[in-house]
Each structure stands twice: as structure tokens, then as C-alpha cells.
Design a protein around this ligand. Sequence first.
Ligand code: BYC
Length: 353
Amino acid sequence: MYGNDFPADDTSGGLLGEVEAAETALREAAQRGRHGAAAADPTAYFAEVIAADQKVEPRDWMPEAYRATLIRQIAQHAHSEIIGMQPEGNWITRAPSLKRKAILLAKVQDEAGHGLYLYAAAETLGVSRDELVDLLLAGRQKYSSIFNYPTLTWADMGTIGWLVDGAAIVNQVPLCRCSYGPYARAMIRICKEESFHQRQGYEILHTLAHGTPAQREMAQDSVNRWWYPSLAMFGPPDTDSTHSAQSMAWKIKRFSNDELRQRFVDMCVGQAEVLGLTVPDPGLAWNDERGAYDFTQPDYAELMRVIKGAGPCNRQRMEHRRRAHREGAWVRAAAAAYAAKKEQANKKEKVST
Ligand code: BYC
């Protein structure tokens, strides 16, 4: 049993089953044609599309605040994928075997790909990838708090897969049903790949947890360090979440931060048991009445500090990204020159035929 396969008796097909269902719903929505005949009244048309669970597409009118919210969230998501390559990239040269190295390399490359799909989805809203990257580098757009924590041991590659990718999946599977078509479609592929990421992390941890006492201790120490930062990935509690209510009304978000955090905890407890590791929360207890686990909340003051730039690795992550961007300038220039040359050649060919 690996990661998302838990619980084994889940007849709904689990989180991946939800991704499949969202993909089918996307196709069905496209086949039903556009809802309503409110072309003359774009505001009413937009409301109808949202109410009918259809997709808003780039060509459609949308409220400016809806557009701005999507740009903010998709850009933050894209930046997270790109910055998220650093903590794991740190271990590529130190992976314990060739097989582990190849898998980790593939995972980190996937994350670059996720960043690319997401920047492309954001571009359909009328911003350019260059503008978004500039905003990140200027510190004016955020990325996920989780990537400001250090990866101290090889076990962290397992825990990031299990907990960080696990939290990402729980957060992102509902985004496959987001009301904005390009974001929803990007999320389908991302979730399928994230599922593989989560399983590879789970398998690393399972191996360590069943290895020597020192390996087991390393695995437990890693889970102890990443548990609360992973819970904090879901954002502030609902009472302090500034965007949730509006984003849920627009069907960008389908569940609140606290609902998803609870879902994640409930999923992890059984998985930790299979690993033979413990969740570092003495307050964790099954609540029969709620049909869910009671748990200790993460330190939200710490989350706010990390978001504002005072986490353990914020400076290092941004410095590295800025350096990589600077050093990659010649690649961007070469790619642009090649594209211009190719366009010219295509034009010449057209004229001559
Ligand atoms: N970190 O009103 P709220 C990955 C900000 S990639 C930083 O609840 P919202 C992976 C929030 O932006 C993981 N900032 O906001 C990659 C807002 O600030 P502004 C990334 C956070 O948007 C590589 C303010 O706090 N996933 O998994 O309704 C390797 C108030 O919050 C955080 C996504 O981006 C945070 N944790 O909900 C491995 C998923 N939490 O903009 C793995 C898409 C909150 O007003 N994003 N803030 O200044 C979302 O689902 C939502 O944006 C959030 C926040 C749930 C994150």
C-alpha cells in the first residue's frame, strides 16, 4: 500500500479517482455547449456559467476581481513549483543510489514542468510570464511557505514526497474542478504527476522506517520537522482567510483551508501507521462525534512570519532564484534569437511557395 492508495477499502477510488471524475466532468461540460444565452449581458452570463458548473474560458468576459484573484493564485502556485525545486535539488548529487538519483531528478524536472503549465495558464488571463517572474524576483508575489524550510537529511526527500506532495494533492485535487478552464485542465495533469511524487516519497520513508535503527530515527526526525509546516501549507485558519469566501463563491476554491487541512490529517494518520512512524502531535485523537481526528493546529504566527520573509531559508531561496535567473539570461536570449530566425525562415518559405 503506497501513499494515496490508503485506505485500501476506499471504494471511491481515492484522490486519483476524484481527478478522473474531474477530467470526465471537464469533457462533459465542454460537450454540453455554453450555458445560457446571456451574451448581451456578460455579468449574467458569467453568473450562469459559474452556477451551472461550466468553465469560464479566456475569451469570456469575467469580473476584474475574478481575473486578479486567479492571477494571484496561479502565479503563486507557479512560483511555488519553481522555488520548490531547490530543497530537493539540494539532494540530487547526494542521493544514496543511481536509481534514487534518477527518480529524484525526474521529480524535480516535473516540478519545472508544473511551473510551466501554470505560467501558461496565467498567461491566458492577460499577463506575461516575464511580468510574473519579475514580480516574484522583486518580492511582490508569494510562493508557498513550505519551501522556506531546510532539507537536512536524505529522509527529507521521503517526507517532502509523503507530506508536502500529499498536502499539495489534497489542496490541488479540488482545483481540477476550478471554474477557470485553463487552470482546471492544468491541474488534472499536475495532480496525476503529484500522485507519483507522493508515492515515491512514501516509498523512501517506508524503506528507511524498516531499515537500521539509525535510518528509522532519521525518518522519524524528518517527519517531526515537516509535520506542522505541512499543515500550515493550507493557509491561515478560515477565520483569518481573506480570500476564501469569495474564491469559493466563484468556485475557484471548492473547500476552505480548514476543511482541506482536516482531510489531510485524517488521510495521514493511517498512512503513518503503515509506515510505523508517529505523527508528532500528542493532541491527536479520533473524535467519534465529528468522525474525524482532533489535532493540534500549526503555529499560524510562524506561518505569517515565514510568508513575510523571515523563515529559515527565505533569503537563500530568493538569492538562488535571482542568481539562476541572471545566469540563465543567455539561454533566454538564445531561445528568442532562434525563434526569430525560425519565424523569418518560415516567412521566406511561405513567400517562395
Ligand atoms: N504560503 O486568504 P488566504 C507544491 C497567503 S506547490 C504562502 O487563505 P487563498 C510543490 C495567501 O496567498 C504548493 N502564502 O489565501 C511544489 C494570501 O496572501 P495575499 C503551492 C500563503 O489564496 C514543488 C494570504 O496568505 N500550492 O505543492 O484563498 C515540490 C491569506 O490567505 C500560504 C498552491 O499554490 C502559504 N502556505 O488560499 C513539491 C495551491 N497560505 O495573496 C510540492 C494553490 C496562505 O492576499 N493555492 N498564504 O497577499 C491555493 O490553494 C491557495 O492560494 C492557498 C491560500 C490555499 C495556498
